[in-house]
Design a protein around this ligand. Structure first.
Ligand code: SUG
Length: 434
C-alpha cells in the first residue's frame, strides 16, 4: 500500500475571524492581520518536505470564496457583489463565515478506510458534515464535489455523502488506524480507533459524536471486532483539544498520545494490546508535558509517517514544538530511546497554526494499492512541476495581508475569485469544473 497525503492548499481568504469556539488558537488570534500568501507558501513548503522524504503528496483545492451560494441560501439577493455587500452590511459575522479558508484543514474533509479494512475491498471515504461550526459545515458540499472527482473510479473507491448533520462528524481528525509491523504473528488485520466526545466540556462543544463515528464504521464495512470506539477525555476538550488529533496520532503499529487524551486510557491500552500485541503505545505523561503545553505546541498534531527509504518513522512537527523545552527535551529522549520513531522534522506552518491547524490538520491520508493510485485523477497529485506552478499562482495572486475590515472590501472578493481560478487552471481544471 502507498500512503498519499492530500493537503489543502491554503486559500487566498485565509484570515483570523475567531470562528471556532473551543479552538484556543482561533480565539486568541481573533482580529489579527493574516498573511495568506505566506500561509499558502508555508503549506506548499511542507508538502515539498514530505515529497523530499519520498512520500507521495496530493492536494485539494481551496473552496469558492466568498461563498456566495451559501449567502444566497440565507436570503441575500442580487449580483454576487450585491449579495456580499448586503451580507457585510447586515451581519459581518456571516460574511466572515462566507470568507473562511477553513477547507485547508483536510484532516476534516472526510474519513478514509483503505481497501484492506473494508468488507467489499473498496477504499471508502465518508465526507464529514462538520456540522458543529457554521463556517465548517458549509465545506461539505464542495469537498464532496472535489473528492468525487478525485476518487471517481468505482473499481477502487466509494465516496459517501455526509452522515445526517444531527450527528457531528469531523472526519479523519478523530480516526486512527494501527497496522501490525511486518512479520507480526497472529491476527494481522488493522485496528481502527474511532474517537468521539460527549456534550460539552469547559463550555466547549464536543464536535465528533459517537453516532456519527459508528455510522461511518458501518457504512465502510469495517469489522466490528477490529473497531474500538473510544471516548475523548472532557479534560482534553476543555483544554482546547477540539479534535482528537490535537492530542493523539497513529501510524503503522505506533499510537502516540497524551496521557489525558482519552476518558479511560487504560481501557484503550488493553483493548489495543488485546487486538494487536505488537502495537507500541507511546504515552506522554502530563508530568513531562502538560496538556496545555501539548495543545499550545501541537506536539501531537505532527504527521507521524513511515519514511520509505530509511524504513523508520519520522514525526513532522510544527516549529512551535521545538521552541518549548519540555516538548523538545521529551522528543529527543524518545528518539534516543531507539523506538520506532527515529527522526524529527520541523516545518513552519505558523499561519495555519494561529487558527489551530498544525501539520496533521492540513492533510488527509489515503492509502491505496498502485492500481488504485493510478485511478486517482492525476490533477490532484503533486510532482515538482505542479508544486512550482502552484507556488507561482500563490506568489502572483494571493493577498499579502487581510485585516478584519478587509473582509468587506469588494476588491478583496474579486482578487480572491481571480486567485482561485489562476490556481485551478494551473492544475489543469477547466473553469467551473471544480
Ligand atoms: O475547525 N480552525 C479549524 C482548525 C481545524 C484543525 N483541524 C484538525 N485538528 N484536524 C477548526 O477549528 C478557525 C477559523 C477562524 O477562526 O477563522 C478554524 O476553523
Amino acid at each position: 500500500m502507498i500512503e498519499i497525503n492530500f493537503d489543502g492548499i491554503i486559500g487566498p481568504t485565509h484570515n483570523y475571524a475567531g470562528l471556532s469556539l473551543g479552538n484556543r488558537a482561533s480565539s486568541a488570534n481573533a482580529g489579527a492581520v493574516s498573511a495568506p500568501r505566506m500561509a499558502a507558501l508555508q503549506g506548499v513548503a511542507k508538502m515539498r518536505r514530505l515529497m523530499a522524504l519520498g512520500l507521495e503528496q496530493g492536494v485539494f483545492l481551496p473552496h469558492v470564496r466568498p461563498n456566495v451560494g451559501w449567502l444566497r441560501a440565507l436570503g441575500f439577493v442580487g449580483s454576487d457583489a450585491e449579495v456580499c455587500a448586503t451580507a457585510w452590511a447586515s451581519d459581518r459575522g456571516l460574511m466572515a463565515n462566507a470568507m473562511s479558508a477553513s477547507a485547508m484543514w483536510t484532516a476534516n474533509a472526510g474519513t478514509v478506510s483503505p481497501a484492506t479494512d473494508t468488507a467489499d475491498g473498496l477504499c471508502h471515504i465518508s465526507i464529514a458534515n462538520l456540522s458543529t461550526m457554521p463556517h465548517r459545515a458549509s465545506e461539505a458540499e464542495q469537498t464532496e464535489r472535489q473528492l468525487r472527482l478525485a476518487f471517481a473510479d468505482p473499481r477502487f473507491f466509494r465516496v459517501h455523502s455526509p452522515v445526517p448533520a444531527a450527528f457531528g462528524d469531523e472526519g479523519a481528525a478523530n480516526f486512527m488506524r494501527l497496522v501490525p509491523p511486518p512479520g507480526a504473528a497472529g491476527d494481522t488485520r488493522p485496528v481502527e480507533i474511532l474517537v468521539y466526545g460527549k456534550g460539552e466540556a469547559g463550555g466547549f462543544p464536543a464536535r465528533q459524536h459517537r453516532v456519527a463515528s459508528e455510522a461511518v464504521a458501518r457504512r465502510h464495512g469495517l469489522d466490528p471486532a477490529r473497531v474500538l470506539v473510544v471516548r475523548q477525555s472532557d479534560e482534553a476538550i476543555a483544554a482546547g483539544a477540539f479534535h482528537n488529533d490535537v492530542v493523539a496520532v497513529s501510524n503503522g503499529h505506533v499510537l502516540f498520545a497524551h496521557e489525558h487524551a482519552f476518558a479511560d486510557p487504560s481501557a484503550v491500552r488493553s483493548a489495543v494490546q488485546a487486538r494487536m500485541p505488537d502495537a507500541v503505545i507511546v504515552e506522554v505523561p502530563a508530568s513531562r508535558v502538560s496538556l496545555n503545553t501539548a495543545i499550545r505546541t501541537y506536539l501531537f498534531n505532527s504527521q507521524l509517517v513511515t519514511v520509505p527509504a530509511a524504513g523508520g518513522m519520522a514525526l513532522i512537527l510544527p516549529a512551535e514544538a521545538r521552541e518549548n523545552e519540555d516538548v523538545w527535551g521529551w522528543l529527543n529522549e524518545l528518539v534516543a530511546g531507539g523506538g520506532p520513531i527515529r527522526k524529527l522534522e520541523i516545518v513552519d506552518v505558523r499561519e495555519s497554526m494561529r487558527n489551530g491547524g498544525g501539520p496533521a490538520c492540513l492533510r488527509l491520508r489515503v492509502q491505496v494499492t498502485p492500481e488504485a493510485r493510478a485511478a486517482i485523477d492525476p490533477r490532484f497529485l503533486l510532482d515538482d512541476d505542479a508544486c512550482t506552478r502552484v507556488e507561482a499562482a500563490i506568489a502572483r495572486h494571493w493577498p499579502e495581508a487581510i485585516a478584519p475590515d478587509d473582509l468587506g472590501d469588494p476588491r478583496l472578493w474579486e482578487q480572491c475569485t481571480l486567485a482561485r481560478s489562476a490556481l485551478t487552471s494551473a492544475l489543469g481544471f477547466a473553469p467551473d469544473e471544480i
